[in-house]
Write a protein that binds this ligand. Sequence first.
Ligand SMILES: [Zn+2]
Length: 186
Amino acid sequence: MKQKIEVFPGDEVAVEEEYLASDGTFAENGKIYASQIGELILDNEEYVARVVTPNPPNVLKNGDIVYAIVADIRKTMATADVVATEGTKREVGGETYATIHVSKISPGYTDDVGAELRKGDFIRAQVIETEPSLQLSTRDDDFGVIRSYCGTCKTEMERKGKGLYCPECKYSMPRKLARDYGNVKL
Ligand SMILES: [Zn+2]
């Protein structure tokens, strides 16, 4: 027999004498607590306490438009952490570590990742592959950098032509910008 009750993180849901902590729960001082919002399932056949989320996690799929922060620039790719999906406020579940191959950064040919993206850039991108690893593209006009801060003085960079300009340091640098760079409400 299984019973279902809605619980919140930190709610005491069972005691360790009777159940083992499992998905969505943790044990502390002999008691079992919920670690997430969800439905409590006390499984009386396997003696485990679980909390399952009513909404399935927001797992990314091909075609999704995402917001990400560039984490690293390498020779043939950039890596980025996906922080949000367009059209949903739900947290991104599953894999959020993504790569953008040099051939998927801009519509023209480039062999210099650092001339297109920089660490810390906030980008809008499209998911083009999720298996075996999460891959993004910023090739289309809608995609690319939407906000960037100067690496030297941290001032927000301004759009100048096809690149960016720091009004403090007074220098320009190339970048793959989204069409609406500087006009995105975050
Ligand atoms: Zn600067």
